[in-house]
Design a protein around this ligand. Structure first.
Ligand code: PMP
Ligand code: GLU
Length: 396
């Protein structure tokens, strides 16, 4: 069988692959600590699951409109624009099977052959693949390491060409946990507007934010709309609501692009699963219960961030890391362990898995072979045991 050019360069998701391998090894009886894919270890709040079960019993088991249940589109618009100057208009939202599909919809509808798309590096592993699937060219661009790789307009000036059509970034970042301030994001959005480039701001970790002032991380919708050009913001239920398996994400953009994305989705998957949409609607509208449960999970993510930083300071001084301001990852250097046999992060992570049973994701997945990423969305005990085992392999 021959395959189409569309997938000539396609590679499976490395973050998903690490976790799949870890589960397989554990099923074979190996003692594995899986710090691979980032997925909250909490169960979905019971009252959210109950809403879906009630919905199924009440017959909410049929197709919905492609862009999602109208009341969910409105609730998502309110969720994303609360406290901002952007309109809480459901016509700007498309509900998809996870933010992953929202991002793919956006890439496919916006970019095509001959287009270049800048990608803030280190990047979430799926962005370059999505751009490539749209037959456009991904162009990774790294900020400076002293700024935790956050981009500045000067970084973008160095790589933009007349073919640059888009810029994708995540804040808080996966994999680094770095968070753009409102001013930093404003400078990037201003640059994008000036250059006629569509900004895709992936804000799925917006509520997993450790800022002293509390509250969500700054997002592109917090900016003055007059100063922002073409924009797509993506978010979803997976992380802050511990709803990864439900597959509900959403995008916020202009009504025109939203209707293109909806038309595209109508041919691909049609709609996010209806019971999942019912659950998401409950989660977004029962504010008091949601606030309580999100605060509980956020407190755990913050405690684990502090724990992992303390453990690294103590046990792995040879592995400098970026102190995360949000999300639930630690991104750290492993190039101190390079030698004749271990020449890249892939080698180091394979050695760690082999010798200590700890699964982490090599930096190749995020565009930098000097680094590795561990998830901190596991129990405190697993995190502590995982770091201790890694230190035994890497030798502190
Ligand atoms: N963006 C980033 C940066 C992520 O880490 C993830 C996690 N899978 C997603 C988007 C997509 O999340 P989901 O499809 O579960 O909504
Ligand atoms: N987003 C998570 C991660 O980066 C889950 C896996 C994935 O979809 O990439 O690990």
């Amino acid at each position: 069988m021959t395959f189409s050019e569309n997938i000539a360069r396609l590679r499976p998701s490395a973050t998903v692959a690490v976790s799949t391998l870890a589960r397989k090894l554990a099923a074979e009886g190996r003692d594995i600590i899986n710090l691979g894919a980032g997925e909250p270890d909490f169960d979905t709040p019971e009252w959210v699951s109950a809403a879906a079960i009630d919905g199924i019993r009440a017959g909410r088991t049929r197709y919905t409109p492609s862009a999602g249940l109208p009341e969910l589109r409105t609730a998502a618009a309110r969720y994303m624009t609360a406290g901002t100057a952007y309109p809480a208009d459901g016509a700007r939202v498309v509900v998809s099977a996870g933010a992953k599909q929202s991002l793919f919809n956006a890439c496919f509808c916006l970019f095509g052959p001959g287009d270049e798309v800048l990608i803030g590096s280190p990047y979430w592993t799926s962005y370059p693949e999505m751009v490539t699937l749209a037959r456009a060219e991904p162009v990774p661009v790294a900020g400076s390491e002293n700024l935790d790789f956050l981009l500045t307009p000067e970084d973008l000036d160095g790589v933009a060409t007349p073919r640059t059509r888009g810029l994708i970034l995540s804040t808080p970042s996966n994999p680094t946990g770095a968070v753009y301030s409102k001013d930093q994001l404003g400078a990037i959005a201003g640059w994008a507007r000036e250059h006629g480039v569509t900004l895709i701001s992936d804000e799925i970790y917006q509520e997993i934010h450790f800022g002293d002032e509390g509250g969500k991380a700054p997002g592109a919708l917090d900016l003055d709309p007059e100063t922002v050009g073409d924009l797509v913001v993506t978010n979803g239920m997976s992380k802050a609501y511990a709803m990864t398996g439900w597959r509900v994400g959403f995008s916020y953009t202009t009504p025109e692009l939203a209707s293109k994305m909806s038309a595209f989705q109508s041919h691909v998957s049609l709609n996010a699963a209806t019971p999942s949409q019912v659950a998401a609607l409950e989660a977004l509208t029962r504010s008091d219960d949601a606030a309580r449960d999100k605060a509980r999970m956020l407190a755990a993510f913050r405690r684990r961030r502090d724990l992992v930083a303390r453990l690294f300071d103590e046990l792995l001084p040879g592995c400098p890391y970026i102190l995360p301001g949000g999300a639930f990852y630690l991104y750290f250097r492993v190039d101190g362990a390079f030698n004749d046999k271990l020449t890249c992060a892939n080698d180091v992570c394979a050695r760690i898995l082999e010798e200590s049973g700890v699964a982490i994701v090599p930096g190749e997945a995020f565009g930098d072979t000097r680094f590795a990423r561990m998830s901190t969305a596991s129990s405190d005990e697993e995190i502590e045991a995982g770091v201790r085992r890694m230190a035994a392999v890497l030798g502190g």
